[in-house]
Ligand binder design. Sequence first.
Ligand code: CP
Length: 299
Amino acid sequence: MRHVLTADQFTRPDLDRIMQRAAEMEIILKKGGSKMCDGKILGALFYEPSTRTRLSFETAMMRLGGNVISETDVTFSSQTKGEVIEDTIRIVGGYADIIAIRTKIKGEAKIAAHYSPVPVLNGGDGSGEHPTQSLLDLYTIVKHHRIGEEKLKVAFVGDLKYGRTVHSLAKVLHKFDGVELLFVAPEVIQMPAEYINPGDSIYHELTDEILQTVDVIYDTRMQKERFEDIEQFNQVKNAFIFTPEMVNQMKPDATLMHPLPRVNEIMQRVDDLPQARYFEQALNGVPIRMALIAEALEI
Ligand code: CP
């Protein structure tokens, strides 16, 4: 595995291997880290805001004994002087051994990879994909559910049109037998057709029956920054707000996930309920990204 650009690229054996590798990385983390990336440098190019993805990539490289160089604000990048991504990548690929990149433009991580002399890991490209997030999401599901062995009903809720995490995770979950996907969103922000498989179900309301029967709910933020029409955003922004009463309807062993950041779509009073696993989910980003760095560097 060289670049990580889209969830399409993962085969089932790839997914199984990365989950196993992440579990091994958790053991390494508990022992205080390793030196397996001694002398290696991660270039973190983040041209959109990020807390979890950038910092977990950086933590992952440092826990593996490597170093990090970062460009985290496009206003301080030579891109503001007119430099194109192709040139930036050629240069940073000469400084670093591996690059994690987040861009505003769907498909730009793929362009970056084309020009990069080193592996490129897509940390989110506009409203396109977020494939490394889909792996930490899968890792969270694997820890709590017998995916692939038992039937699993997963509901995606919220902004499914612009939310790149759901695009990648739907692609990943489609690779498992026995997984039923429900897409719950107002029509204007429903899942784009390219991510829907025959057998998936479309809903516009989050009904009690859905709450009571699903194994996993994957909630998402309304991506205000990607709406072309602010009125349309205002109409849907409060479409789904998870309350403790709603989450208490879920099965006791069900999982409520969210890639974070959240705004108002999950009340803070939900956080202590057993179904709420979004903070654990975010922490899983470190062992997953350690596994991806090690794989991409062939260590
Ligand atoms: N989940 C996620 O991508 O979070 P950040 O935007 O904070 O990186």
